[in-house]
Write a protein that binds this ligand. Sequence first.
Ligand code: ARG
Length: 585
Amino acid sequence: MKTILELLEARLVAALERAQIEVPEGFPIKVVPAQDVRHGDYQANAAMALAKRLKMNPRELAQQVLEALDVEGLATLEVAGPGFINFTITESAWSDKVAALFHDERMGVSLVEEPQNIVVDFSAPNVAKPMHVGHIRSTIIGDSLSRIAGFLGHKVITDNHIGDWGTQFGMVIYGWKNMLDQSAIDADPLQELLRIYRAVNSLCKEDPSIKDTCREELVKLQQGDAENFKIWEQCVEVSKIGLNKIYDRLDVSFDHWLGESYYNQALAPLVKALVHEGLARESDGALCVFSGEAMPPKQDPFKEKREGEWVDFPMIVRKKDGGFNYATTDIATVDYRLNEWNAHKVWYVVDARQSLHFQQLFDVSKRRGCGAELEHVSFGTILGKDGKPLKTRDGDLPQLADVLDDAIKASAAVLEEKSGHLPQDEKDELAKLIGIGSVKFTELSHHRSSDYIFDLDKMVALQGDTAPYLQYSYVRVQSIFRKLEEELALDPAAVKVSEAGEVNLARTLAKYGEVLPTVLDGLKPNILSSYLLDLAKAFHSFFEACPVLKSEGEQRNSRLILCATTGKVLKHGLSLLGIQVPERM
Ligand code: ARG
């Protein structure tokens, strides 16, 4: 189904042709939603931009275009201001649109014309280290972008590139051998691994000889020592079990879990190839990739300024001690994703602090002929109410599982006030749905590159730009249908929208298909979040101004169809954010 915006753009292009106005090649002919609906629903400023190019009077040009525009039945037109063309969609066109949306299982959202293979690299916590709230952002943003891209028709491949091979394993293996509590590892593997990691970490600080022992354990692991390898395998295995518990709570899943260790065998040959390709060379005993010298130093991720001078800032691909690192693994990972999955795009949903690493990685990949579009989908920090990075009372980074528990508790309190009468098990389920939904919506309603303050009370409130507000809006729609006494036979062919509240709701519903694809423009799920808030608000204003159950006949039919379509779009949009809705609350 074409969106109204697409229809108008097509008519506009046809009008320019009909009026024999010469449009320069590649000149954008765009229609946008009007800022102020009192002047129309959509607006085009093409005439103004064109007039400038063609040295014509913009109002005159707009008038010519207007006369050539065929929007019979779809819209009425006016030229406004210095040469805007305003489109006011007719009531009958809104009615047709609502009827079409009511039927359409895609709710007016078209599939992309050229589906691409998109690898989404997200979550990717480090084994034996806590999955803290920083990973929450990656997990939630990555999951939502994957869902949206998939719905738009792309082939999405989700990959959890966990940090399952790194220097932490020296300490973890030492701890595993000397202080493991077997019952604790069975009960809560992430917690126990974290405990031993922390304990050994502080032992190392007190006693340098333990630090040496840990380093030896690491070297043994890297050299394939059977005992250490077995311990490592067990650590990874129990970690996955622990992580999966959290992913289940979050309703997040992955097509693959190809962690860093998966690429171990590929690293030595890769580095050899890098040297052979002339990309890496020796420096101070290490092998490094240096700048391609193809851009000014200011933009070059392989340069940094030291004491007023630009100096090399290479990417180390083999350390002095012969070990490979995070960067080497990431280069190998790009190869794998290109070769095995034929990736057209890779989205790395990772903290902004890794920006330089990704700039280097992308530059190296390009120099190696990678044709895929690699993108760092970066995000900022979650702050406490004091405006500083969120910490627990002990000064640690809060753990994801605790954050979820707290959010669920806070929602339970809100629910008790509002829905105290519901049976306890239903209230428990609701608290989970709302608590988890709140954490997700808070994340997804902020622009990802900005920091935001984690305010539990605000995020679980029923009022405000929150998940529960949206979930409640959906419930409100559902309750209308529960109150219906008769068996319902809605007739979309008879839909007529005319009152302001109805038109406004229809207009907002029709926008779903226009807004959703734009989320991928800057990879910003917050665009969908704010759309859903607009939809909920449009619904509430409609519901206040236009009685539904008390209306009759054709009007009742139309209003019920508006309600049903609203429920459908709300539920669907929230599902693309990874948020579930209850049927009552
Ligand atoms: N494990 C890393 C971390 O927690 C994130 C990995 C992101 N993905 C990647 N391909 N580098 O910081």
